[in-house]
Design a binder for this molecule. Structure first.
Ligand code: NAP
Length: 308
């Protein structure tokens, strides 16, 4: 089978930390070019933007976009119109309607669109999903609290409209939630705390429920110093499940479960290779829809100014 020739756009933190090593570790796909306004990658062709990369690499099969959400749409449209398969970092767009438009365009051009949710590939998620299916969830509590200064230093885009603020990590929890519950999740109400000098929330509280009225509460906070918390607790008829470390550790009724090693980005690339080879797309927008609903339905509260 031929190898997928891939171009990467946006050489920032996630591209360097995760994408480049994961591509190198995945059979069937090869990084041949990078487009970056400011940086260069070793061992591949380098371009300053996607248009130059498409012109210089006519043999490219696919493009992965590791850009902030605000600039993802225009780049994705350009790649799809050039006939390339597209792998989107999360979130798949700055709005639901632009993500839907990308899915429609990919289908029209017969190309793969992969709206990736890396946390769904965390080691504990498949077992958690199976447990929920067998144990009828009765209550879900999500606590996703991290230090924005540590994880997102100098990322101004995160505080701008379309940057999502604390929903940038919070949407990862929602991607796991919507994967494991096996039922649609509806937002009931939300509170969003927005620093007086910023455009996006630094903390949020969401109340959600499933169609069968299982209550779900999520607390997101970007001001956590000390130990970081990325936990989902699911109480069910058969006991209590705790998914921690962003989905990579799992305890059931206090007993640690063997879930294997963390393998999120290699898992994403194996999925992308399979989608391209089988001519399919994967663009579930449920986590993005819940975030959009929180902005639509939430009470906005101004809070202390935030300085990086
Ligand atoms: P980042 O370090 O700020 O990198 C984003 C890159 O996009 C920049 O380095 C820049 O690359 C390019 N870019 C193009 N237009 C830009 C613009 N107008 N403003 C800022 N950058 C622009 O961000 P990141 O952490 O890699 O995050 C990128 C995406 O990956 C986000 O959607 C985020 O949610 C997702 N993600 C991040 C993490 C994480 O831990 N950081 C984890 C999972 C997913 P060039 O200078 O090369 O053009």
């Amino acid at each position: 089978m031929t190898t997928i020739r891939l171009g990467l756009v946006g050489l920032g933190k996630i591209a360097r930390d995760q994408h480049i090593p994961a591509i190198a570790a995945t059979p069937g796909i090869e990084l041949v070019a990078v487009a970056s306004r400011n940086a260069r990658a070793d061992g591949v062709s380098n371009y300053t933007d996607l248009a130059a990369m498409l012109a210089g690499e006519p043999e490219l099969d696919a493009v992965v976009l590791c850009l902030p959400p605000q600039v993802r749409y225009d780049t994705a449209i350009m790649a799809l119109e050039a006939g390339k398969h597209v792998f989107l970092e999360k979130p798949p767009g700055a709005t639901v309607s632009e993500a839907q438009a990308l899915a429609a365009l990919a289908s029209q051009h017969g190309r793969t669109l992969f709206a990736s949710w890396h946390s769904r590939y965390a080691a504990g998620v498949p077992l958690a999903k199976a447990w929920v299916a067998a144990n009828a969830a009765e209550r879900v509590t999500i606590t996703w609290k991290e230090d924005v200064r540590h994880w997102h230093p100098g990322q101004d885009w995160i505080w701008q409209p379309g940057g999502f603020g604390v929903f940038d990590p919070g949407i990862n929890a929602l991607s796991i939630l919507t994967e494991v519950m096996g039922a649609a999740v509806r937002l009931r109400d939300a509170e969003l705390q927005i620093p007086s000098n910023r455009q996006a929330p630094i903390a949020a509280r969401l109340r959600m429920q499933t169609a069968s009225e299982v209550p779900i509460v999520a607390e997101f906070d970007f001001r956590q110093t000390g130990p970081q918390t990325w936990d989902i607790v699911i109480e069910g008829r058969g006991g209590t499940l705790v998914l921690s470390q962003g989905g990579n550790q799992l305890m059931i009724d206090g007993a640690a479960q063997g879930v294997g090693v963390e393998d999120e980005y290699p898992g994403l690339y194996r999925r992308f290779v399979d989608l391209v080879r089988t001519g399919r797309s994967d663009a579930d927008l449920a986590p993005l829809q819940i975030v959009a609903d929180a902005f639509l339905r939430g009470r906005m509260q101004s809070t202390d100014a935030f300085h990086d």
